[in-house]
Design a protein around this ligand. Structure first.
Ligand SMILES: *[C@@H]1O[C@H](CO)[C@@H](O)[C@H](O)[C@H]1NC(C)=O
Length: 160
């Protein structure tokens, strides 16, 4: 990143004569546009498969940003409730709080300072199958989110 920045900065100082050419000026604009796009914020999630009654880890964290994180929000859309519903919020001081009634099968195991919103979800039932959305409220980027599909495996087969 530093190499790219100093290359972009010093290019015209070192070779002033060719910077007079219009064509090269266009080229320099392209190079500087490429150089401006070195940091790309990303929310990392994933897809999760779990057995009925098992424990799922819903991974979610942000990389490549120096933004300030003000809140993490989890929403869910499941077989039981097929519309998006707020599940819980995580605030820097208050920690994790349920929004629409508690469900103590969920445990926040991420780390706010590391911009990690990971949830642990135990005793997963078929009705919980669906999509879990984690939203990071960042400044100045605004809300950044990703959806994590949660799939249930069929009942474990018991051989007698
Ligand atoms: C996020 O938190 C989870 C649970 O504590 C941990 O397993 C994972 O390694 C963390 N990920 C990052 C990128 O910090």
């Amino acid at each position: 990143m530093d190499g790219a920045a100093s290359f972009c900065g010093s290019f015209c100082h070192n070779i002033p004569s060719i910077c007079d050419s219009a064509l090269l000026r266009v080229l320099l604009v392209i190079v500087s546009l490429l150089c401006a796009d070195v940091e790309a914020l990303q929310v990392i999630g994933g897809s999760v498969t779990v057995e009925q009654g098992g424990t799922a880890i819903l991974p979610c964290y942000v990389i490549d940003t120096t933004d300030d994180l003000t809140q993490i929000t989890w929403q869910r859309r499941t077989r039981e409730k097929p519309h998006n519903d707020n599940l819980l919020t995580v605030l820097p001081r208050e920690g994790a709080q349920f929004v629409n009634g508690g469900d103590d099968r969920f445990k926040y195991i991420g780390n706010f300072n590391n911009k990690n919103g990971t949830l642990q979800f135990s005793n997963v039932a078929l009705k919980d199958e669906g999509s879990y959305t984690c939203i990071f409220t960042l400044f100045p980027s605004g809300n950044q989110k990703t959806e994590i599909p949660l799939n249930l495996l069929g009942m474990k087969k018991h051989f007698i």
